[in-house]
Ligand binder design. Structure first.
Ligand SMILES: [Zn+2]
Length: 217
C-alpha cells in the first residue's frame, strides 16, 4: 500500500495519503491545508480519492477538507460529536489569527466500529477516542498494523484537553481502553510530530507509564 505522510499548514498537521496500488483508490486523512501538495501526490501516483477522513474538527486538521472535496468529489467522514467544532471554525481561526476556512459539511457520519475498505482488502476501522475533543477518532489498519491517531496520542505526549470539548480523564480512558490494547509493534502516526509505536508509548510516554505508587496494594 502507498502511504505518504505530509505535514501541512502552520501547525504542521500530519496529513496521510493511503493508496491502493491495484485499484488506485485513495483515502486522505486530515487535509488541514496545502491542498495543492496533496493533489500533487494524488496525481503523481494516479490515485482517486474515495474518502476524506477527519480525525477531529480542529482547524489545523480540517481547514482544507472543503477544497479537497470540491476537487475530488470524495465524501467527508467525521464523527457527529465534532460538529460543534466545525461550527466554531471562525472562533478557532481567531485563536490562530488566520482567515476562516470555508464551511465543512460532513457527508458520512464516522461511527465507532465503522470500517472503510480500500482497494481489494485493506480495512480502516474507526475507533472513537473522545478526550481531545468529544468526537475525536483514530483509524486502525489491521493489515498494515498502523494507527492514525489524530491528536489523541503523540510520541511522548497526549492531546491537549484545555480547549472546548476537551476532557483529561476521558482522553486517558480512551487511550488505555482502545489504543494500548493494539499490538506493541503497531506503528502510530500522530496528528503532529514523529511516528512512534504502541509499545514505545506504553513504556516511555510520561502520561501513560504506571508509576510505582499507583500499584494497588
Ligand atoms: Zn487538535
Amino acid at each position: 500500500m502507498i502511504h505518504i505522510v505530509l505535514p501541512v499548514g502552520m501547525l504542521q498537521c500530519n496529513c496521510s495519503v493511503f493508496g491502493d496500488e491495484k485499484t488506485r483508490q485513495a483515502i486522505v486523512v486530515d487535509p488541514g491545508d496545502e491542498i495543492s501538495k496533496i493533489t500533487a501526490i494524488l496525481d503523481k501516483h494516479k490515485l482517486t480519492v474515495i474518502a476524506i477522513v477527519i480525525t477531529h474538527g480542529h482547524i489545523d486538521h480540517v481547514a482544507g477538507a472543503h477544497k479537497l472535496r470540491e476537487l475530488t468529489a470524495a465524501p467527508i467522514y467525521m464523527n457527529e460529536r465534532d460538529r460543534e467544532q466545525i461550527e466554531m471554525l471562525e472562533v478557532q481561526a481567531g485563536w490562530l489569527g488566520v482567515p476562516t476556512p470555508p464551511k465543512v459539511d460532513i457527508d458520512v457520519l464516522a461511527t465507532d466500529g465503522a470500517v472503510l475498505h480500500l482497494g481489494s482488502g485493506i480495512d480502516f476501522e474507526i475507533m472513537l477516542t473522545p478526550g481531545h475533543t468529544r468526537g475525536s477518532l483514530c483509524m486502525w489498519i489491521p493489515q498494515e498494523k498502523k494507527l492514525v491517531a489524530g491528536d489523541t496520542l503523540f510520541r511522548d505526549s497526549i492531546g491537549r484537553t484545555d480547549l472546548p470539548g476537551g476532557d483529561g480523564a476521558m482522553i486517558l480512558s480512551s487511550i488505555k481502553t482502545c489504543l494500548l490494547n493494539l499490538p506493541e509493534d503497531a506503528v502510530v502516526i500522530p496528528g503532529h510530530g514523529e511516528m512512534t509505536t504502541i509499545g514505545r508509548e506504553k513504556e516511555h510516554n510520561p502520561f501513560l507509564v504506571n508509576r510505582p505508587f499507583s500499584s494497588n496494594r
